[in-house]
Write a protein that binds this ligand. Structure first.
Ligand SMILES: *[C@@H]1O[C@H](CO)[C@@H](O)[C@H](O)[C@H]1NC(C)=O
Length: 665
């Protein structure tokens, strides 16, 4: 399914060529944890499972895991961790690893899962040679090697399908205070750890990140034996099949507003969905890295070891190919779902069971959308509408970008240009057309603007590191950002969509949520500083630093919190009776439950037409099957042939959606 959204660039057509300014965005080396973790390559994993602590109960195996240093054959426990392996229905397992006694709770991603996953049973089958074997009710076995820790998942035929920590890259950086003594010298005595540069603060360009909790990164490697290709982890402008990143930048997952994003790149753009599939002739399996912090994904492929390759050369046998992926996140816990397929359909269904399906979209939303920045007034809309009829082009939806508002104050209309919004909408919808209007998450800081005043008075904004309302620069100028993690902010925002609060709208007016990475023009990497503070439900004993979450923890799910509030508002404006249509630019795992996604500000070139398909395929296997690109590109102007071909691609990709495609054709 594709959106047909022909933004035609006007304002920005002056740019003769399209090029991203890479200096605005971090490379792995400029991102402290990515650089640190990429350099972490121990010969032997320091993590050891403590056999005496293993409990198998219900669907869960729990155990203590220790990180251990070995010197002169003397083992010293450095840190204690809590491991949980759970069996879930439908050939799915979950592995969580947190510190056993963290200084304060580590963040757990909140919104990706549709509901608490349904459980299967888990039985201890055997223990020998330092390995525990457990199985679910479907006969999938999991073999846990204890020293060092390694976890192998076997498919129903008994073949190893997924391995965790085979490459010894598991890491969980313990939370500590600046004075914490964590290192141990050769005599087993504690010594004050020397903080690496950057532990308590990092700089990027003119921005300082205060990192009040210090380093708290997590990392895990996943090996997929007998896999030919890896897919997923959108959103990037790359090919559908992921490539090895060992000698380049890893794939980055960090929702960013990248002006003039480039083709064939592993750079982060608007969406970040950390699910990956491994496909081969034997099976298709998947892993879902449940973490909403900035994440880098290293992909490696190998055709067996050098030795076996030589043997294979001689014998002519197939090399035992494998693909590896390594997930590195700035914070959170280790939390990974392993989905054992074995078919592509089953693997994607297992992922959908976790994060929820795409609801059946309203029919009109599958058809022809007409959009540009900007239709300027009611007459412009009327002329556009009439011209579609005059030329017998069956358009279904007309979109309004930011200029319809009273100087970028959302939920208002510019009364000079759109003084009869209700009439305009009624004229449009009388013949079956719909309207989509934009609502962004930044709020204009202007005295007298009801939304700003209510949010200020009730403490509904994201706070800066000094606990004051965070102020950034966006379309309206000085802006603050609603903290959708606060239920009071989400509920208030949802209610703004009700007809009595948003005059001029009707059941036929739907919503476009843009700029929700969130985009902050003067922020680090054009987004919100990571040390901004979000709401955390009050909890006994959680004071100081433990009484809020940092933006660092939740960044990739900010847009998901935003569209969830929009979705709740559109549903409740009609007492839950009508399916809303919402388009979002930022995306995370689970976004598909609320909104469709488009690929943002592309350009009118053949390369962007070509990449629109792999980008949407990648989003689709990551759950977002309702995906599209700006037809004809956003930046620059398409020639006749490019425009025609783009329409044709849309038509071809609508196979199965016969009626709406006929409208397009
Ligand atoms: C709605 O349609 C009527 C009848 O064509 C027209 O007179 C009126 O100006 C239209 N209103 C708007 C706001 O476009």
């Amino acid at each position: 399914m594709k959106l047909i959204c022909g933004f035609l660039a006007v304002l920005l057509a002056v740019y003769s060529s399209v090029a991203v300014d890479k200096n605005n965005f971090k490379s792995c080396d400029q991102s402290g944890f990515c650089k640190r973790l990429r350099a972490f390559k121990p010969e032997r994993s320091p993590f050891v499972l403590n056999r005496d602590t293993v409990i198998v109960h219900g669907n869960v195996l729990s155990a203590e895991v220790n990180s251990v240093s070995v010197e002169n054959e003397k083992k010293t426990v450095l840190w204690k961790y809590a491991l949980r392996l759970s069996a879930l229905v439908d050939g799915t397992f979950r592995v969580e690893m947190d510190e056993a006694e963290p200084l304060y709770p580590r963040y757990r991603t909140q919104l990706a899962l549709d509901r608490e996953p349904k459980t299967d049973s888990l039985k201890l089958l055997s223990e020998k040679d330092g390995k525990l074997t457990v199985a679910n009710s479907q006969g999938h076995q999991v073999i846990i090697t204890m020293d060092p820790l390694k976890i192998e998942f076997l498919d129903a035929r008994g073949d190893v399908a997924v391995v965790l920590n085979e490459k010894s890259l598991l890491q969980v950086e313990p939370l500590r205070t600046k004075e914490e003594k964590v290192d141990v010298d050769e005599n087993g005595e504690s010594v004050v750890a020397v903080d690496e540069e950057g532990t308590w603060g990092e700089n990027f360009k003119s921005h300082h990140d205060s990192k009040p909790r210090g380093n708290e990164a997590v990392s895990l490697d996943v090996t997929f034996p007998q896999a030919d290709n890896l897919y997923g982890t959108p959103e990037h402008t790359d090919k559908f099949a992921l490539r090895s990143t060992v000698n380049s930048e890893p794939y980055r997952l960090f929702n960013l507003d990248v002006f003039e994003y480039e083709l064939d790149s592993t750079m982060a753009i608007y969406g970040a969905i950390p699910v990956m599939y491994a496909h081969g002739s034997k099976r298709t399996v998947g892993v879902f890295w449940h973490n909403s912090a900035e994440t880098w994904v290293e992909v490696d492929s190998r055709a067996g070891t050098v030795v076996s390759s030589l043997v294979n050369l001689v014998t002519g046998a197939d090399a035992p190919a494998a693909k590896d992926a390594r997930f590195m996140s700035e914070s959170g816990i280790i939390d990974i779902f392993v989905m054992l397929g074995p078919s592509p359909a089953e693997a994607t269904r297992q992922y959908t069971r976790l994060t929820g399906p795409t609801p059946l979209p309203p029919k009109f939303s599958l058809a022809y959308h007409q959009c540009r920045w900007n239709y300027v007034d009611e007459e412009d809309v009327r002329t556009l509408d009439e011209n579609f009829d005059k030329h017998d082009i069956p358009a279904d939806v007309i979109w309004l970008d930011i200029e319809y508002t009273d100087r970028k104050k959302y939920f208002t209309w510019d009364m000079e240009k759109f003084g009869h919004a209700g009439d305009m909408v009624a004229n449009l919808t009388a013949k079956g057309r719909k309207m989509v209007v934009i609502i962004d998450p930044h709020i204009k800081r202007e005295a007298g603007y009801f939304l700003h005043e209510h949010a200020t008075d009730n403490g509904l904004y994201v706070k800066n590191k000094d606990d004051k309302d965070y102020e950034g620069w966006c379309w309206p100028g000085s802006s603050s950002y609603l903290d959708f993690l606060n239920p009071a902010a989400s509920d208030y925002y949802s209610e703004r969509y009700h007809y009595d609060h948003f005059p001029g709208t009707s059941r036929d007016v739907h919503i476009w949520n843009d700029m929700n990475e969130p985009s902050v023009f003067n922020g680090p990497e054009i987004t919100m500083p990571k040390d901004c503070r979000h709401y955390k439900p009050p909890h006994d004993g959680h004071t100081g630093i433990a009484s809020f979450w940092e933006h660092r923890h939740i960044h990739n799910e900010y847009g998901l919190f935003h569209v969830r509030a929009t979705h709740a508002g559109l549903l409740s404006r009609d007492a839950g009776k009508y399916r809303p249509f919402i388009l979002t630019r930022s995306a995370f795992a689970g976004t598909q439950r609320y909104a469709a996604v488009w690929t943002g500000d592309n350009a009118a070139t053949w390369g962007f037409l070509a990449v629109s398909t792999p980008m949407c395929l990648s989003l689709s296997v990551a759950g977002v099957s309702f995906c599209g690109s700006d037809v004809g590109g956003f930046f620059q102007n398409p020639g006749d042939e490019l425009m025609t071909r783009w329409y044709q691609v849309m038509k071809e990709s609508c196979v199965g959606m016969k009626e709406s495609c006929e409208k397009v054709g």
